[in-house]
Design a protein around this ligand. Structure first.
Ligand code: ADP
Ligand code: 5GP
Length: 222
């Protein structure tokens, strides 16, 4: 019998920072929830925000709901990977849980706007990002979804609709752009994109050691 093959170091990998952006109501949170159910090893980046909780939202799970003062302290302490002002409120991604997950080889999922996506792309972790933009099939359908969510008042919905073009106009800065028409089909396409991106060479630091070992075995066999 040949030498026993040890657990391949090639299986070690660096986590991906998976960014989902879209105009409000296009389906980010719904798809993020489905991705989390698909792969429990995914870690969701719980953003901090100064906006008030929607019915059913849980502090620490959906968001960390902070006062403006507490939010600004975190920014001043460099504890945010990125932060932005969206729809009159502050939002940001706390850095520590992201760094911890990435180092442990776990992917982190972000539901953030284009400003946050841009900041993460330009950060030290930029080469480990996978950015995906979701477009609605049409503007009337986007309005219908915002209204059907029935969690925001008419004034908030109007404000979000007004801002939707601002978000959509940044679609071409993303690696992948999916039109979220049929929800199940979009979910499948997202899973395909994520599965493929995990195989990127840059995500697999263990490959170098694996190839060196192949080379040794090859040379020993010659
Ligand atoms: P976002 O997080 O982008 O603001 P949500 O995930 O909250 O958007 O979705 C807004 C509403 O649209 C929700 O009621 C959700 O169930 C619905 N929705 C999401 N994707 C689809 C889809 N492909 N077809 C129909 N309804 C959808
Ligand atoms: P909502 O209030 O509907 O939960 O989110 C409003 C917008 O803020 C969405 O576009 C959402 O993606 C974005 N957002 C949520 N969390 C963050 C964050 O941590 N950083 C940034 N830049 N945007 C965020």
């Amino acid at each position: 019998m040949g030498k026993e093959i040890q657990a391949a170091p090639a299986t070690t990998r660096t986590g991906l920072l998976i960014i989902l952006s879209s105009p409000s109501g296009a389906g980010k949170s719904t798809l993020a929830r489905r991705l989390m159910a698909w792969d429990p090893s995914l870690s969701f980046s719980v953003s901090a925000t100064t906006r008030t909780p929607r019915p059913g939202e849980v502090d620490g799970k959906d968001y960390r709901f902070l006062t403006e003062g507490a939010f600004k302290t975190l920014v001043a302490e460099d504890a945010m990977l990125e932060h932005a002002h969206v729809f009159g409120n502050f939002y940001g991604s706390p850095l520590a849980p992201v760094a911890e997950a990435i180092e442990a080889g776990r992917d982190v999922l972000f539901d953030i706007d284009w400003q946050g996506a841009q900041q993460i792309r330009n950060s030290a972790l930029g080469h480990h990002t996978l950015s995906i933009f979701l477009l609605p099939p049409s503007i009337p359908e986007l309005r219908r979804r915002l209204e059907s969510r029935a969690q925001d008042g008419a004034d908030v919905i109007a404000k979000r609709m007004q801002k939707s073009w601002d978000e959509i106009s940044h679609w071409d800065g993303y690696d992948y752009v999916l039109i979220n028409d049929d929800l199940d089909a979009t979910e499948q396409r997202l899973k395909t994109v994520i599965s493929a991106e995990r195989e990127r060479r840059v995500q697999q630091p263990g490959l170098r050691a694996h190839v060196r070992r192949l080379q040794t075995e090859f040379e020993e066999g010659q």
